[in-house]
Design a protein around this ligand. Sequence first.
Ligand SMILES: *Cc1c(COP(=O)(O)O)cnc(C)c1O
Length: 391
Amino acid sequence: MDQALQTSLSERYSQQLYRERLTLDSAQGPEVIIDGKSYLAFCSNDYLGLANHPDVIQSFQKAANQYGLGSGASQLIVGHCRSHCLLEEELAEFTGRERALLFSSGYMANLGAMSALLNRGDAVFQDRLNHASLLDAGRLSGARLQRFRHRDLQHLEACLTSSKGHRKLIATDGVFSMDGDRQELTVLSKLASEQNAWLMLDDAHGFGVLGKNGRGSTNEFQLTQNEIPILMATLGKSAGSFGAFVAGSDALIETLIQFSRSYIYTTALPPAVAEATRTSLRILARDDWRRDHLKRLVSLFREECLNRNIPVSESDTAIQPVIIGDIDKTLKISRLLFEQGILVSAIRPPTVPIGSARLRITFSASHTVSQVERLVDVLSRMPWQSINCAA
Ligand SMILES: *Cc1c(COP(=O)(O)O)cnc(C)c1O
């Protein structure tokens, strides 16, 4: 077996696609410790700086004292506890939906929702740049998978019109995870209703950061449960916690409880995680200053990059990619940054399309203005000319 595995590992290595993990010896935050050295990090999804918030930690500790660590069973056996129930009610209220259902991760929520809603004979329509978990969910569901060109709703309309699928479901990221740009949700929801298609939004990068009090993309564009009937978001990003949820009608949630295999056949989240998330949700809703500060950092960064000819992409969110194209050059810049004490991840295929390797820079409300200035300063001294960016 190992010999067979070694062949594909070597191949991956020679294509410069080999992945390696960094090992942190600190909490998540603007500064992290790796091998005893401190790095300024611009690659986490902890957009609001809540992953290491003292009140969140305290709720976690208190709940662990009361409920212990493990939930002991799946939700449908005996793992569903009061903390899960309260968090679900709060998430439903927060997102303006009838009900919400907790999953153990966003990946599982997407897999579970889509395979509960679709079968062979149905069709699922996905933006080409949707997150891997949505694409995998589509494949697993058995429905016919059709990918439309990125944010090209005319292409989507053509695909929908010619489809013979029984049920039709459109799935999209709200904010695209590797590009930071957004889907035209208002137009998309109209199209979905005209075409009698169901619409599923993955708001992993909008929840907590967009809309009033961080209520997400649906709130920002005033899209109700009727317009976007299936809403999913993770709690591992701006909520700084772990887990995920799907929100929508009572019928949707009951369907997921009955038929969603990644909900049914897995151990429930630890109750202390749910309690910590409840606290983080309160802070997230209350602290508008976190979103304001994050927005300021993003515009400062973009302005400075444009002044210094650093080729940032079009994005107004906390995700600010610098698309380089070539894998070798992307790795080289990422290593040069690392040597300067700056941590930015190099994103390569298959995470992004071939020819669009990039630096994925992300900001958090816990970054300071001077940390962003330092990033720009170091970036501006990178050998961009010799690199000839794709963007
Ligand atoms: C991170 C992410 C997920 C997966 O969420 P997890 O809770 O990390 O499993 C799903 N969709 C999108 C768009 C994401 O960025």
